[in-house]
Design a protein around this ligand. Structure first.
Ligand code: PHE
Length: 349
């Protein structure tokens, strides 16, 4: 046991005499003395060989030795703690380029809607907005849709539950932004020149080609002597601005209760340039909008003299225009919030 006491004495002297010049040397001290294979552990292991009657006495000596080594280590560490921090802060290089911050992008439908709005603004149209929850009159009645019109069917329109007493108007989610045109005619006197961008709802099963909500830009122009030629030229200007000078257009006779005469407008397919593809169903043409001269009955519904004033109206889907512009072939992509889809529009203003 004498040799063990002697050993401890020598160790203590060595520990007390140890001086470190830097944090690395402090670490070496830790490994040598306090590490898992260090000398303190080795000495503690000697307890095994101490006879039982001396265990209590030696236990105290060994413990005291261990505390002594730990205290010295703490001292050395404190000595270099400030220096270590200083070294770290010194290693910051402020001239390095920063980490890039991920920037979001506008939704493709927003981009296209903004572009559409800006084209019509250049022609003198202003923007009108209205509620998405609409009453039966502004969405249907005022627009000359009779009570038994199929669009009024529960199958096609989302109705909102009537109050218990059954009083008041029937409420629904607007099926087109023509309801905003109705509100404009209600509140303004001609000349009227507005476009109505907004979200609309229809009771459709969601698929690649149909959705229960989508977006429209509708337009209305009422003044004296507004003719079908004005309608054609306005829409022709729009298409050329949106898709370029080479795009061709054609009008087909159609039917809408709120316009007479009515026409749908097709443009030459931009995807296959008229050769025939899935988008144009191999016809070379895609339908992009409905239009027509405002029905006299609609004007009269708002007290506008249909002998003095005429007007044209049109309506188109923002999704369709976006599909043609960016070749998006599944309507569901617009509302799934998949960043891989959305980030493709980063940098497009
Ligand atoms: N409101 C029609 C629709 O939603 C579009 C349209 C507007 C057609 C104006 C003609 C005139 O389908």
């Amino acid at each position: 046991m004498e040799s063990l006491l002697q050993q401890i004495k020598e160790h203590k002297a060595a520990i007390a005499a140890f001086d470190a010049n830097n944090a690395d040397e402090v670490e070496q001290f830790r490994i040598k003395w306090l590490g898992t294979k260090g000398l303190v552990k080795a000495i503690m292991g000697e307890m095994r060989n101490v006879p039982n009657e001396q265990k209590k006495e030696f236990g105290q000596i060994l413990n005291e030795f261990k505390l002594f080594a730990e205290a010295r280590f703490q001292e050395l560490q404190d000595q270099f703690a400030g220096a270590a921090t200083a070294a770290v802060s010194h290693s910051q290089d402020f001239s390095l380029p920063g980490d890039p911050v991920a920037v979001g992008s506008r939704h493709p439908l927003t981009l296209v809607r903004n572009e559409m709005v800006s084209i019509f603004k250049r022609l003198g149209f202003s923007v009108a907005e209205g509620p998405e929850i609409e009453d039966d009159w502004h969405n249907f009645g005022a627009m000359n849709l009779p009570e038994d019109h199929p669009a009024r069917d529960m199958q096609d329109t989302f109705y909102i539950k009537k109050p218990e007493d059954g009083n008041g108007p029937t409420w629904l989610l607007r099926t087109h932004t023509s309801s905003v045109q109705a509100r404009v005619m209600e509140n303004q006197k001609p000349p009227i020149r507005v476009i109505c961008p907004g979200r609309v709802y229809r009771n459709e099963t969601v698929s690649a080609r149909a959705h229960c909500f989508f977006h429209q830009v509708e337009g209305l122009y009422i003044d004296e002597n507004v003719s079908f030629a004005d309608l054609k030229q306005t829409l022709y200007f729009f298409v050329q601005e949106m898709f370029g000078k080479d795009v061709k257009v054609r009008f087909r006779p159609s039917y809408f209760p709120f316009t007479e005469p009515s026409a749908e407008m097709d443009i030459s397919c931009l995807i296959c340039e008229g050769k025939g593809c899935n988008i144009c169903k191999h016809t070379g043409w895609v339908e992009i909008l409905g239009s027509g001269m405002v029905h006299p009955k609609v004007l009269e519904n708002f007290g506008i003299d249909s002998n003095k004033y005429t007007g044209f109206a049109f309506g188109m889907g923002v999704e369709r225009i976006t599909q043609l512009k960016y070749q998006v072939n599944d309507l569901r992509l617009y509302s799934q919030n998949d960043v891989r889809f959305l980030k493709q529009f980063t940098g497009v203003v």
